[in-house]
Design a protein around this ligand. Structure first.
Ligand code: NAP
Length: 360
């Protein structure tokens, strides 16, 4: 009886194991079915998961690449910027065209006749080597005379001067002629830098290509742009042409610091040049009387104009203040004997309000 009981117990145990095993198998089969079904149903999901993973891998590759790129970009930028970093002792910057450019110059907007001639002459006498003019200012011939006088009096040689002029939008369809006409009015056999005066999507590419052609003919040394205010507009021109612009001249001053465009230009090694560096005629007092600017001026025993101009140079902006006043011209060049501290530079950065004075 005892043996029978033991056998029955063993048999029931075996049955139990069998049943449990069957149940488990069914359960497992169910689960497998469920999984297969789910996978089939979610085939695309699985794919997409794979893709996601693929994407992630790609993404992480890209991130790594981006990081690497940004590293190399940093290096590149610092490579470029080593060339591009403003030499504040010599007052120059190396352009991506391979030509050295002074970082402080004289602007000639609204100056004409003897006023323009004298301003250029005084500036060259005081040590300036950069002159900014434009065909639309109607003063290229006057500027040329100022240069000629300074050369004849032995202050400078042609090679020491850097002359910028601009092609006006009406001339964009006849770029080659416009370049020859500017050369003639200036009385020069080459122009250091010519820039398109304004973005004009309908025909600025052709005008830029005319400047590229003039570079190959030795008539222009460097070429660039003016009044391109968005990265997209800048890239539109860059992508359609061959020579990377050496410079972009945009309205830039403490209330409109052009940070987005400057950041965008880094990848091209293109430098920013500020027009209206002091706010422009009629607006200068707004900047001169700004409490931060006048406070810093007081601390250094300098004028507000000098503080603003020094800020431009330390911020990496070429500045071309316009003036017909001999004293102002001299004052504006006396900014190489002091330095704004990091804190002062930060205070100046804090003034940015993305506010332009010009309505164009
Ligand atoms: N690409 C473009 O579309 C564009 C547009 C505008 C200008 N620009 C270029 O950028 C240059 C600079 O712009 P801007 O001349 O119009 O404006 P700006 O240089 O910002 O300001 C010129 C004004 O500042 C005064 N000024 C200069 N130095 C001074 C000082 N130390 N103390 C007190 N006042 C002083 C001048 O008067 P005084 O004559 O009495 O000194 C003039 O009224 C132009 O001359 C031109 O070459 C280009």
């Amino acid at each position: 009886m005892k043996t029978k009981q033991i056998i029955a117990f063993i048999l029931s145990l075996v049955m139990c194991f069998f049943l449990i095993a069957c149940g488990t198998t069914e359960e497992q089969t169910d689960r497998v079915d469920e999984l297969v079904e789910n996978e089939t149903l979610a085939g695309s999901q699985t794919d997409s998961t794979d893709t996601d993973i693929g994407n992630k891998t790609q993404e992480s590759d890209q991130t790594e690449m981006a990081e690497e790129n940004s590293d190399s970009e940093q290096q590149e930028v610092s490579g470029i910027s080593e060339g591009q970093v403003f030499d504040l002792e010599n007052g120059t910057v190396m352009l991506n065209s391979g030509y050295e450019m002074p970082i402080l110059g004289i602007g000639t907007f609204r100056l004409s006749g003897s006023e323009a001639e004298n301003s250029v002459y005084w500036a060259l006498r005081d040590g300036y080597r950069l002159i900014d003019t434009a065909r639309i200012y109607g003063n290229e011939a006057d500027v040329g005379r100022g240069i000629q006088r300074a050369i004849e009096e032995g202050f400078v040689t042609r090679e020491e001067i850097f002359v910028t002029t601009k092609m006006w939008t009406d001339d964009f369809d006849n770029g080659a002629e416009a370049i020859n006409a500017s050369l003639e009015r200036l009385g020069l056999d080459y122009i250091d830098l010519m820039i398109l005066h304004h973005s004009q999507p309908s025909n600025d590419v052709g005008a830029y290509q005319a400047m590229e052609q003039a570079v190959s003919e030795g008539k222009l040394r460097s070429i660039g742009l003016s009044n391109y205010y968005t990265p997209e507009d800048f890239d539109r021109l860059v992508n359609a042409t061959s020579i990377t612009p050496a410079l972009l001249q945009n309205e830039t001053h403490p209330y409109h610091q052009s940070m987005e465009m400057k950041e965008h230009l880094r990848q091209y090694g293109t430098v920013m040049e500020s027009w209206f560096p002091l706010g422009g005629r009629g607006n200068t007092q707004t900047l001169f009387n700004d409490e931060v600017i006048s406070g810093i001026a007081q601390a250094h025993g300098k004028t507000s104009a000098q503080i603003i101009l020094r800020w431009h140079l330390q911020a990496g902006n070429i500045a071309i203040p316009g003036s017909s006043n001999a004293d102002h011209i001299q004052e504006n060049f006396e900014i190489f004997d002091f330095e704004l501290t990091d804190e002062e530079m930060e205070q100046m950065t804090g003034l940015d309000r993305n506010e332009r004075f010009a309505g164009y």
